[in-house]
Write a protein that binds this ligand. Sequence first.
Ligand code: PGA
Length: 240
Amino acid sequence: MDIRIFKNEQEIGVAAGQLFCEFVKEKPECVLGLATGATPVPTYNYMAAQYAEGNVSFKDITTFNLDEYCDLPKEHKNSYYSFMFENLFSKIDVNPENVNFLDGNTTDPEAESARYAEAIASKGGIDVQLLGIGRNGHIAFNEPADAFTGESFKIALTQSTIDANSIYFDDIPMPRYAMTMGIGSIMKAKKIVLIATGSSKAEAVKGMIKGEVTPQLPASILQQHDDVVIFLDEAAAALL
Ligand code: PGA
């Protein structure tokens, strides 16, 4: 694991944003795996600023997002589809036809999982996958469990995740289920970039890097991937 520690989330936004922009400049038709949540926002801001300044174009990229809430209209402001357009896609020149999401409203999660896996494979796989980490060590919505998961699937969210994310739901109750890429799909990405900021992530970060590899802390599987870059601020790195 290539661990890089920065003072704060703004510095990480620049460093991680540079990594993505440089990658896109080198491989304009690349496939990016993208994440939602508060953590990647400074990175997306940097990417949008670089586009606004004419330093990079995203017009030929393809994106696959990690997860999506179930039982929430795609257009609702809290869907991850809306999040991505608000925080990144509306600010860059990505082709909306080339952005991909799991369908959280599918009535057939298994078929939806197969569709997503095929769509990713048809593009040659994910070149760089961006990840955050949950306070409980989840990546995407792969919650602590007895076994590592495979391809995408429907999951019941844990109380830790509901507590962390319900602050964003002011008009309706937070969904209790999500469609998420599984650990197996995530581990197929050629390169993985994980960002963790803030003291609430310190325990999970320590387990991910120094603990045993266990599905009880899903991010620990990244120890077994051979190209992982981890961006931490000082608070998230405090227990290393
Ligand atoms: P956050 O979520 O960026 O909002 O902290 C990260 C995650 O749960 O993966």
